[in-house]
Design a protein around this ligand. Structure first.
Ligand SMILES: Nc1ncnc2c1ncn2[C@@H]1O[C@H](COP(=O)(O)OP(=O)(O)OP(=O)(O)O)[C@@H](O)[C@H]1O
Length: 781
């Protein structure tokens, strides 16, 4: 039971004393913070001054004339040294700046929790205070403990009594005597509770009732027990989190990243940097939405990428179909892919087929490209194929490709040496001015004893530069014709459960797409995989942690590719099978089992989050009602209005109703999001409303979320939340079958405080099946 200290009951008389006592402590901590702020500010100014001086010095030296050969080497060594000095000064300044920022944040709210623990053998308990960052006083005592410190886990995990926590030195136990929560603002305690729960609901009520910000906030003060399990899991190599909409999956990932970074700095196995972590996010808006959480915890952001960006970057020169384009084209039936074909392309069986093919592809079936320079043949594909064919039969495909590449590079080098004696080279050399000549010699300026050697070197450099495109082509394995190779692979496989005609058509589609420099999303990843396996490239071993939010949007093929591309990474995958918009729904346990097998995971772990925090109780109840098995969702008890459905009978009336809704919602809320099924409907709503309201139509290239009225197709709203949501046109014609459950559930669960639905004619059966007391139905008069 929570105990509200501000209650005016007799029993709480003492608590008011307690409160005064706590306020006195807050005052002392605030004094300490203020003292350190002054100190830090001075340190910062000194560091800044020093950095500027070192940078200035460096800039002056860097512009020293390096044409004089004798001076050049010395200058180089000095520059190296000074560059190092600049680096150290900048790092030092950044560290002090970070401390300063942390102190400023602590000044707003120094801590949010207190635990009283009594270790065995101690005569009385000790009080520890927990906040966003740790703070020590002059005597080096911890005045505030960082929320990520081992001991702080008790605050999130333990109920009163005997508790255990993990430290780098092993498991420790203690007796938890008291757990107290605070809300402190600008040095004043606004609220405090004693609780036996993880974090009492009163505090959550207050946090969740606030209006939505443009960017997500950290949740360190109110992390729940199951979320804490995700955050502090350092053991699993494959962690799968199935969490219902609004259960804090995204929040948990971000706090987890902050935790892992802290843990590695404070006794973890090895130092982990933010750029060794990569997060696959559902869209660019989402990337912006979460961008402030880690900085607010004093950490740098991890790398973030959307699947679309990742594929585009790896398949340069091809227009890769996005998930959204696929969704839109599936919906309007322009060129739907056969279900059996897609199921196969997305399965582990297909990944295995690619692997087997690459291992055993016969020599004569490897497809090569000519290598051209300025449009003329440099290496013909026949010559390349001949080199490949000379490699030992026992060598792997990758080995042969690598050996071929090395032979080609050797040939290129030989050509450079021969061609360096050509007349055009001498002519070009004669025409060079001193500056360009020295550029050509680079660090070797002044190192040659004989002029002839210097000229020979410069000539080779001229040819090397001219032939650089050939080198790049070889280096990037462009001599392998990946498209034809993949096409050959498609022709070779005979998938068990796919209609052969469908498969042939797919192969032809792939071919046509390539002619137009396009590739379907379903082929993009297997093609990349095939390329990597044959060429032995594409693997990034520096990534230690990979996170996928909205895992239900990824196919097994894509996941297996990530495993291959990031072989050293531990995987954390989070999602909600009920929000499957793009793929077939897969049960979490089944997904974990499949992945654990495909990844050969040693310590797989599944955590389920079933409490939903985002929306008010009536909205969550309605959203639950849309699902056949919604009972598993526990709604957080935050009161609010029933969702409204407005029944209109033609488009014009629906638009008028939407306008009225927008007007009323805007009176109360900062953001009103109109969510549609697809981009065409979003454009149509925008056209109808933009004269009456300042309204923004969002597309998949947008990176920021403006305040006010926004209209967007549902898939761009993935992972986001809005104060008030209007679902536009939820009619039976738009969502005729149960296939729409995932979409409508996703739309409904984006709303924090208000949800309205507008339908033109009869509503989707998914909605009509919801129990009528869960929503208020308003017919047109
Ligand atoms: N422990 C918590 N304390 C305070 N707020 C929380 C907590 N957990 C979640 N929330 C809030 O609930 C909302 C939903 O969280 P989040 O977006 O992380 O959920 P999600 O599971 O990723 O949702 P979805 O799958 O629907 O996108 C956010 O506003 C988040 O700040």
């Amino acid at each position: 039971m929570n105990r509200l200290v501000t209650d005016h009951t007799e029993a709480n008389y003492l608590n008011n004393e307690e409160r005064q006592h706590e306020q006195q402590r807050v005052d002392q901590v605030m004094d300490e913070i203020n003292r350190q702020l002054v100190d830090n500010q001075q340190q910062f100014e000194r560091a800044h001054h020093e950095t500027s001086a070192i940078q200035k010095n460096y800039a002056e030296n860097a512009s020293v004339n390096t044409f004089e050969v004798d001076d050049a080497m010395e200058t180089n060594a000095q520059l190296q040294q000074q560059r190092q000095l600049v680096y150290l000064a900048v790092t030092n300044e950044a560290t002090i700046r970070q401390q300063l920022d942390n102190l400023k944040q602590l000044k707003e709210s120094p801590y949010f929790g207190r635990i009283d623990i009594q270790d065995a053998g101690e005569s009385k308990p000790e009080s520890l205070y927990i906040g966003t960052f740790s703070l020590t006083n002059e005597a080096q005592d911890f005045v505030v403990y960082d929320w990520r410190a081992p001991i702080s886990s008790i605050y999130y995990n333990g109920t009163l009594g005997k508790v255990a926590y993990t430290t780098p030195a092993g498991k420790q136990t203690t007796d938890l005597k008291k757990k107290r929560q605070f809300t402190i603002k600008d040095g004043e305690i606004k609220n405090m509770f004693d609780t036996n729960e993880t974090v009492g609901d009163e505090m959550l009520q207050a946090v969740l009732g606030q209006q939505n910000d443009e960017v997500m906030q950290n949740i360190v003060a109110t992390i729940q027990k199951e979320q804490n399990d995700i955050i502090r899991d350092t053991r699993s190599d494959l962690l799968v989190v199935q969490g219902v909409a609004g259960s804090g999956k995204t929040s948990a990932i971000l706090q987890r990243i902050a935790f892992l970074l802290y843990h590695s700095r404070n006794g973890g196995e090895s130092e982990l940097q933010a750029d060794q972590m990569i997060l696959f996010s559902p869209n660019r808006l989402f990337s912006h939405y979460i961008s402030e959480v880690l900085p607010s915890l004093g950490e740098r952001n991890m790398r973030q990428v959307t699947l679309d960006d990742f594929l585009t970057q790896r398949l340069q020169g091809l227009n890769v179909q996005t998930l959204f384009e696929r969704y839109e084209s599936d919906a309007d039936d322009t060129n739907p892919m056969f279900r059996d074909v897609r199921d196969y392309l997305e399965s582990t069986a297909f990944v295995k087929a690619v692997t087997a093919y690459c291992k055993h592809v016969p020599t004569q079936d490897i497809r090569f490209n000519d290598i051209l320079l300025d449009g003329s043949l440099f290496f013909t594909k026949e010559a390349i194929a001949a080199i490949y064919a000379e490699q030992p039969e026992t060598m792997s495909t990758t080995g042969k490709i690598l050996a071929t590449k090395n032979r080609l590079i050797k040939k290129l080098k030989r050509r450079i040496r021969t061609d360096a004696k050509d007349d055009w080279v001498a002519e070009e050399l004669d025409n060079l001015d001193t500056e360009h000549y020295h550029d050509l010699l680079g660090e070797r300026v002044g190192r040659f004893k004989e002029l002839d050697d210097e000229v020979a070197f410069a000539s080779r450099e001229i040819v090397r530069k001219r032939y650089e495109p050939v080198y790049d082509a070889l280096f990037n394995n462009y001599f392998l014709d990946v498209y034809r190779q993949y096409d050959h692979f498609l022709q070779t496989v005979t998938p068990a459960h796919v209609d052969p005609d469908h498969w042939d058509m797919h192969e032809q589609d792939f071919d046509t797409n390539i002619e137009y420099h396009r590739i379907s999303l379903d082929d993009a990843v297997p093609l990349l995989y095939l390329r990597d396996l044959i060429t032995g490239g594409g693997q990034n071993r520096s990534i230690a942690y990979l996170f996928i939010d909205e895992m239900q949007d990824y196919s097994m093929t894509q996941m297996c590719y990530f495993r291959h591309a990031f072989p050293k990474a531990k995987f954390t995958l989070l999602g909600d099978s009920e929000q499957a918009l793009f793929n077939r729904m897969q049960r979490p346990q089944e997904l974990l089992d499949n992945l654990a097998q495909a990844f050969n995971a040693k310590r797989p772990n599944l955590i389920t989050l079933s409490r939903s925090y985002r929306s008010t109780l009536p909205i969550t109840n309605f959203a639950k009602g849309l699902l056949p098995d919604g009972d598993q969702i526990q709604a957080f008890n935050r009161p609010g209005d029933l969702p409204r459905i407005l029944l209109r009978y033609n488009e014009q009336d629906a638009i008028s109703a939407t306008k009225e809704l927008v007007q009323t919602e805007l009176d109360t809320y900062g953001t009103v999001a109109i969510l549609t099924k697809d981009v065409t409907t979003a454009q149509q709503v925008y056209r109808e409303l933009h004269r009456d309201f300042p309204i923004t139509l969002l597309n998949d290239m947008d990176r920021t979320l403006p305040k006010g009225v926004i209209v967007l197709p549902v898939y761009l709203a993935k992972g986001l939340e809005f104060d008030s949501v209007i679902a536009y046109d939820v009619s039976i014609s738009n969502y005729p079958t149960d296939d729409a459950i995932g979409i409508l559930y996703t739309i409904a669960s984006r709303a924090m405080h208000h949800l309205s639905l507008v339908t033109i004619g009869e509503a989707s059966p998914v909605i009509s099946h919801v129990s009528p007391e869960l929503l208020s139905i308003e017919h047109e008069l």
